[in-house]
Design a protein around this ligand. Structure first.
Ligand code: PMP
Length: 349
């Protein structure tokens, strides 16, 4: 479904309608994948009529880390990026679940493969968003014939646009073969992660997940799950290498990530996991997770940043950028773009 072009995004230091944010065809990142991005969610809490950004600081810290790995100067702080994001949601007048896609990319329109001495541009987009994969049933997955890229080839801990070709090969192979999702192994043959989600396995009362040295994206949902499983479900979690055939022997398996949220795996390579249905651990964790992200669990409320605050929500957290135009060209003060009236979001959360 086409995205509403009148949603408000942030691009070249200004708030503007999504439909007005364009780049040239020779943009370096388009040719060579030299950009990085984030996927962040905000959740609507109907009781409080509030939209909460979930772990937004952790996402923007990782965003800035990805940019550093790509030899970029991220001039905006995590707090400034969070404030811009909240402002986009407010200006888009979204009162629903939201997906946020920020990116910083090499914007020079030149031919030549490199990372240094290139201009950069930043955008932040927001859009109403529901579920990305079906989370109410257990997924059919296959171990991909594509191996996960290695840290010394393209670092998976940075969320680099070009590296998603690796995920796309695996995901399309799985879908075209009639599966829902792919699990990728490292070059050494250990379990790494799904196409855009981290993996957890329950075996003999212990939950395991591959360590960060197995070419995974260091998922923020992964961290959230580790905390919730240990502290709320009182089940031990260990980070260790996982063999392919342990997946066949697992009691429960699930994948998690900002887009996917969390989804049980019902079979791997045609072998049922447990009884093939959503297991009790995943069921309990799913309930807890969705309460946490909507700000309903006081202990984890600090992970949830409200978008609409105070009597005049439009004014709070407003990012008044007063930076001079930085070397990368995206830190100039924002102009109040003329924004057309927008239709109601078509995708309810
Ligand atoms: N691995 C990959 C390759 C991903 O793209 C994602 C989604 N960002 C994840 C894991 C999960 O990360 P997070 O929980 O931070 O969204």
């Amino acid at each position: 479904m086409a995205i509403d072009p009148s949603l408000v995004c942030y691009f070249r230091g200004e708030y503007m309608p999504l439909g007005a944010a364009k780049v040239g065809i020779l943009t370096h990142a388009l040719s060579y994948g030299t950009g990085c991005f984030e996927g962040i969610r905000a959740y609507y809490n109907p009781d409080e009529e509030q939209v909460f950004l979930f772990r937004v600081d952790e996402h923007y810290d990782r965003f800035r880390q990805s940019a550093r790995i790509l030899l970029m100067q991220t001039e905006l702080s995590t707090a400034e990026l969070s404030a811009i994001t909240a402002e986009c949601i407010r200006r888009s007048d979204l009162h629903t679940d939201v997906y946020i896609r920020p990116s910083v990319f090499k914007s020079s329109e030149i031919i030549g493969v490199k990372l240094h001495d290139l201009e950069e541009e930043l955008y932040v987009t927001v859009q109403p968003f529901g579920t990305y994969v079906d989370i109410d049933r257990a997924l059919k997955v296959q171990v991909s014939s594509w191996r996960r890229l290695d840290d010394n080839m393209v670092p998976a801990r940075a969320k680099i646009t070009g590296s998603y070709i690796n995920s796309a090969f695996a995901k399309s192979e799985a879908l075209l073969n009639g599966f829902d999702e792919a699990i990728m192994l490292t070059a050494e043959g250990y379990v790494s992660e799904a196409s855009a989600a981290n993996l957890f396995m329950l075996r003999k009362g212990v939950v395991s997940t591959p360590p960060v040295s197995e070419n995974i994206l260091e998922g923020i949902t992964r961290e959230t799950m580790i905390t919730l499983i240990q502290d709320e479900l009182n089940v031990p979690v260990i980070e260790r290498t996982i063999d392919r055939t342990e997946l066949y022997a697992a009691d429960e398996l699930f994948i998690c990530g900002t887009g996917v949220q969390m989804a049980a795996i019902g079979s791997v390579d045609h072998r049922a996991v447990g009884d093939g249905k959503v297991g009790p651990l995943v069921e309990r964790l799913q309930q807890l997770y969705f309460d946490v992200v909507r700000g309903k669990v006081p202990k984890y409320r600090h992970w949830c940043t409200p978008v609409y605050i105070g009597a005049n929500p439009g004014e709070s957290m407003d990012y008044q950028a007063n930076h001079s135009n930085g070397a990368n060209g995206y830190t100039n003060g924002h102009a109040d773009a003329e924004l057309p009236a927008r239709a109601e979001p078509s995708l309810a959360g």
